[in-house]
Design a protein around this ligand. Structure first.
Ligand code: NDP
Length: 332
């Protein structure tokens, strides 16, 4: 991480690829820690929020200028001086964007059992943080009733595409939006009833025709949230998962906030790490099996090598990614 951006992060400037070796793999002392090889790291929208001035407080620490970026990843243990872990263990947790690193805290990681033989990269996607976000918050907040209408934004993305499938499994009518015709076709494929490209069709017109909406899964905020407020049913639940339209741009003035009162809307803002402990065990019992049997489907956008991470970060912010963005650092 090289520089705090204003607006969109710039590959080669905000984040740079550094080829300086930092570890002598053969001789590096572990001092009670363990040496890991990174297999994959995830690229997620929230990383933009970490690219801020470190003095600004938020729910997650800022990246430090001059130090590697970090995010959820999967690694394999090569050597360990910690009795809790051994060579060959596959771990999921926060990793630096480095090919190899020495870790000291096993409790920061979860050992992956991989009973269904999924590719390791799936554990940062549908079987990882975005999957957990969709699963936990849908269960915790949707209060879904068969026949209700749900509106899901960024519906072709890592979180949104799973939410669409959870909503359909619960018997809801699903209205879903995304930013390209290819993404719109994918949302239809995975079962959404009404799909549209929000760049070419006005959200408020679709909701006026297909709403009112009982559940709104918000991944984008801004003008879309305002339209959802205008077309909410009485007692609607708004699941405030993300507001990506404001991550790189000035805030949009919300005009319809009074509907929260007049329609008795419940708005649930959440950070997934807070609700995960309640659902973690159910998630790992249920979701990897559904992914392995293709009862739940997902799309991935793979980048090979850390040198492409900067472009991948920008693509997720701009929406030119198609599916869960993952950097594959090593095959095994
Ligand atoms: P996605 O895979 O959906 O990628 C982000 C997508 O956001 C882009 O592909 C793009 O899709 C869309 N987008 C980008 N800019 C805009 C814009 N200005 N207006 C509308 N859509 C835009 O990411 P995830 O599924 O990983 O994350 C989805 C949301 O969930 C994000 O807001 C993220 O921050 C949030 N999140 C929140 C968590 C929590 O704990 N609260 C945890 C994990 C994720 P398109 O082409 O359709 O525009």
């Amino acid at each position: 991480f090289n520089e705090v951006p204003t607006g969109y992060p710039i590959p080669g400037q905000t984040m740079v690829y550094d080829t300086t070796p930092t570890i002598d793999l053969e001789n590096v002392p572990l001092n009670g820690g363990f040496l890991v090889k990174t297999l994959v790291v995830s690229i997620d929208p929230y990383m933009r929020g970490r690219m801020r001035d470190a003095s600004v407080k938020s729910y997650v620490a800022a990246f430090k200028v001059g130090e590697p970026l970090e995010n959820y990843g999967v690694c394999v243990v090569l050597r360990s001086e910690n009795s809790a872990l051994g060579a060959g263990d596959h771990l999921y947790g926060m990793l630096p964007f480095e090919e190899y690193s020495i870790q000291t805290k096993p409790e920061k990681f979860g050992k992956i059992k991989n009973e269904h033989n999924l590719p390791w990269r799936v554990f940062v996607g549908a079987a990882g943080m975005p999957g957990q976000t969709a699963y936990c918050a849908w269960k915790e907040y949707a209060q879904a009733k068969k026949g209700e209408a749900a509106f899901i934004t960024a519906g072709a993305g890592a979180v949104g595409s799973l939410v669409i499938q959870f909503a359909k499994r619960d018997g809801l009518k699903v209205i879903a939006s995304a930013g390209s015709d290819e993404k719109v076709a994918f949302m239809k494929e995975i079962g959404a009833d009404v799909v549209f490209n929000y760049k070419t069709t006005k959200t408020s017109e679709v909701l006026a025709k297909e709403g009112p909406i009982d559940v709104y899964w918000d991944n984008v905020g801004g003008e879309t949230l305002d339209a959802a407020l205008a077309h909410a049913a009485r007692y609607a639940r708004f699941i405030e998962c993300g507001m990506i339209s404001g991550y790189n741009a000035a805030a949009y003035p919300i005009m319809n906030l009074m509907n929260v009162m007049t329609k008795e809307i419940k708005m649930y803002g959440f950070v997934m790490t807070s609700i995960l402990p309640k659902y973690r065990s159910a998630f790992y019992t249920e979701i990897p099996a559904l992914l392995a049997s293709n009862e739940l489907v997902f799309k991935e956008e793979l980048t090979k090598g850390l040198e492409g991470a900067g472009e991948a970060i920008l693509a997720v912010q701009k929406g030119t990614n198609s599916g869960k963005s993952v950097v594959v650092v090593a095959d095994q």
